[in-house]
Design a protein around this ligand. Structure first.
Ligand code: GLU
Length: 426
């Protein structure tokens, strides 16, 4: 499991995740001329939980962990969104991530609201046994909060298919029967969908390919830098490489590697599994995050954490196209600086939506007790994400706005419509 600890907006004060999410929402609400009461409803989470729970560690001592689950909106269906294990996770970050999930699900038109969860923990410092106990106890604290018709978690930074298997098993033990639909991103042998593990990276590849094409660049032969080599970055790098993209720089939590003649993602994956980082891989030069973000490349894939490109470093970016594989990697104060310099961004809620699109497919397969083959999953993912890309392009051109505002406005309009049609209870 690789997570990236890149500094968040280091230097001059820049918006944090929740400030960014709210600034983006306000911009979309202004563009849509949203009614004040709808704006007030959508600006805040519907429900949120903070849980503190003890876990017996391997050496016998007891540690108290803090976890969060925020359900931002459920107007269009059950809440949906990942669970993050990261030392810097806090309630405000989870609030922002939950709001972004609401817009993401609405943009790609899957019948879900938005949620997110997190535990403040560095999973790299825990044994598998300790991780399992943290996960099972957190899932127990969320009893009644999560469920196939209420709120469906999935992997995020620092969690993976094994984490989802533990949550599914814990919920099933309490229910007294197997509840596969309570989480997505499970192992395939446990009702997970074919293609889910790669889905976010595959969506990044599809949308980056479209954006490059619009900029007159073929992915085949394009130079590419990737920040992050975890759930999203590794798959994106591999699939972009398969399309002929030339990977010239990649960073992860332990450092970074560069080679102007191209990097081999399979060799780096092996290096990661053996050394816990890609740094120091043979035949590569070291590169740090600042070097990667300012690399002169056709495509920069941001697949780490939020707040990576801010007003402080946007001037240094030299990529032609940015693909936002992470949530919130570019802050609102950086957007106009990048736009002025002619740099095109594929916004996060579009670019990284492949994960939740295939999560939706997994949930549907679980409810139907029927598994789809891998090629069908990949083809349906391609259709849904390309359809969303087309809608964003059409709105961008029609209203003369940037892709982020177009994506947010489409999403907010859908959630606002559902809210208005449902009316108010009581
Ligand atoms: N954590 C992923 C995201 O941020 C996936 C969420 C899901 O599949 O529910 O989109």
């Amino acid at each position: 499991m690789a997570i990236t600890d890149a500094p968040r907006g280091a230097g001059r004060a820049t918006p944090n995740a929740i400030e960014s999410a709210l600034a983006q929402f306000d911009r979309a609400a202004d563009h849509l001329d949203l009614a004040p009461e709808t704006r007030a409803i959508l600006r805040v989470p519907k429900r949120e939980w903070t849980v503190n729970f003890p876990v017996s560690m391997d050496d016998g001592h007891v540690e108290v962990f803090t976890g969060y689950r925020v359900q931002h909106n459920m107007a269009r269906g059950p809440a949906k969104g990942g669970i993050r294990f990261h030392p810097a996770t806090d309630l405000d970050e989870v609030r922002a991530l939950a709001m972004w999930m609401t817009w993401k699900c609405a943009l790609v038109n899957v019948p879900f609201g938005g949620a997110k969860g997190g535990v403040t923990v560095d999973p790299r410092k825990l044994s598998q046994n300790e991780l399992q106990h943290v996960t099972r106890r957190f899932a127990t604290e969320l009893q009644g909060v999560i469920g196939p018709e209420i709120d469906i978690p999935a992997p995020d930074v620092g969690t993976n298919a094994q984490t989802m298997a533990w949550i599914m098993d814990t919920v099933s033990m309490h229910a007294g029967y197997t509840v596969p639909g309570v989480v997505t991103g499970k192992p395939v042998g446990l009702g997970g969908s074919e293609g889910r593990a790669d889905a976010t990276g595959r969506g990044v590849m599809f949308t980056a390919q479209r954006a490059l094409r619009e900029a007159g660049i073929d992915m085949n032969g394009a130079t590419v830098a990737v920040q992050g080599f975890g759930n999203v970055g590794e798959a994106a790098a591999r699939l972009i490489h398969e399309q002929g993209g030339k990977l010239v720089a990649i960073t992860d939590v332990g450092g970074g590697v560069a080679n102007p003649n191209g990097l081999d993602p399979a060799a780096l994956k092996l290096r990661l599994s053996e050394h816990g980082t890609i740094a120091g891989a043979p035949g590569t030069e070291p590169i740090d995050n600042a070097g990667l973000l300012s690399a002169d490349v056709d495509l920069l894939v941001l697949a780490a954490l939020e707040g990576q490109i801010t007003a402080n470093n946007a001037d240094a970016v030299h990529a032609r196209v940015i693909a936002e594989g992470a949530n919130g990697p570019v802050t609102p104060d950086a957007d106009p600086i990048l736009a002025d310099r002619g740099i095109v961004s594929v916004p996060d809620i579009l670019c990284n939506s492949g994960g939740v699109i295939v999560s939706y497919f997994e949930w549907v397969q679980n409810l139907q007790s029927f598994a789809w083959p891998a090629d069908q999953v990949a083809e349906r993912l391609r259709q849904v994400i390309n359809g969303a890309y087309d809608e964003v392009s059409a709105m961008r051109q029609r209203d003369g706005i940037d892709a982020r505002l177009a994506a947010q406005a489409i999403a907010v309009a859908r959630v606002a419509e559902a809210t208005q049609i449902r009316g108010r209870y009581p």
